[in-house]
Design a binder for this molecule. Sequence first.
Ligand code: GDP
Length: 425
Amino acid sequence: MSNCAIVGINWGDEGKGRMVDLLTERFDYVIRYQGGGNAGHTVVNEYGKFALHLLPSGIFRKGVMNILGNGVALDLENLYSEMQTVIGQGVSLTPDNLRISDRASLLLPWHRLLDGLEEARLADKKYGSTKQGIAPFYSDKFQKKTILAGELFYPERLKEHLQDLLTWKNLTLTGVYGAEAVRYEDLLAWVEDYAEKFKPFICDTGKMLKNAVKEGKSILFEAQLGSLRDLDYGIYPYTTSSNAIAAYAPVGSGLPSAKVDQVVGVVKAYSTCVGEGPFVCEWFGEEADKLREAGNEYGAKTGRPRRVGPIDIVATRYGVECQGATDIALTKMDVLSYMEQIPVCSHYELNGEITDDFPFPTALNDCKPVIEYLPGWQCDISGVRRWEDLPENARKYVEYVEKQIGCRIRYVSVGPERDAYIERF
Ligand code: GDP
């Protein structure tokens, strides 16, 4: 069976969770391969409405094994409370449907602490961190100063490792930020508490996946955020601290030899962006408020109002290339129904020249959007399930975007519910 990655093409919040929840029906394994609990994947299905932060969006499907791969920031504290919420809504979460890689690094309490301290130090120059400790976590991982989940099975060695890390980390906490030192007893108690809760879920998931491949099982890789927030290819430094692109899926999932046969890139029918950084096609004022309200564009994790604007063809085309997308899911088409004409940012103007190339991040600050308009359809399309039943202008919009970004739009989503989509064959 073939493998598939579901990834974001833009700034995140494109509706990946909704697409994973829909497409998991066709897969045996769903793996989160990067990022942490700062995600907010919204899923609406027969169990209710969920904002998943770290749990893979395949947990609602019977018979699907969900894995947190070695590439994630394993925030056990948030994961535990997220699991309690989901279980409370009637979803079963046991080692039969959820496993954690023994090679995933633990996000420790001091990572969240440091995130807050650094954002406070930056004051008006802040990057808009969600203060979940993600940047300090990944920095430490690359310095080889984290604890792997598998170490929880070696308590005596773990104690020594924790003590070493604590001595090192307290130098930064007290010396650089003037904060209080973390006490060893507190750290150990925290680790032991979560070790007890999570040991049944932790295993060599790499081995598990190798066997799955031998048995011909299919794997779905679930990304967090989107191309433009990728650490290496995004709008640095306003990126996240991990690789959100599909090429990283084999590395972060625990199956480095995996072939990703299909990459479904999720694109929103208009643009949104949470947090700081250049956002060329941004709208302000009344028209922005109207679009934000129509799309209910407030962060799933933080409740922050999202910045909004028309679809950005230049950024989207670049995002499609970064992801190597084979298919596109265009979401939230229904939100545009109120518009008389649909705006699109078709090109950028940079230093008086029109360009279709997504520039070096610093130059984005000097880019201006070139806006064109397509005719709107001005009727409710949320009940449409067949391509031929979409109003002609809605079909024309999809075809226009498809042509401009150079990738087939296979799914058109017209509502948050699982079945509110059109598949084009
Ligand atoms: P993710 O992080 O990429 O999974 O995206 P989010 O969950 O942050 O944002 C997507 C939001 O749009 C969620 O509230 C979804 O329920 C909602 N959504 C997804 N697809 C559609 C759609 O086609 N129409 C509408 N109206 N809402 C959608």
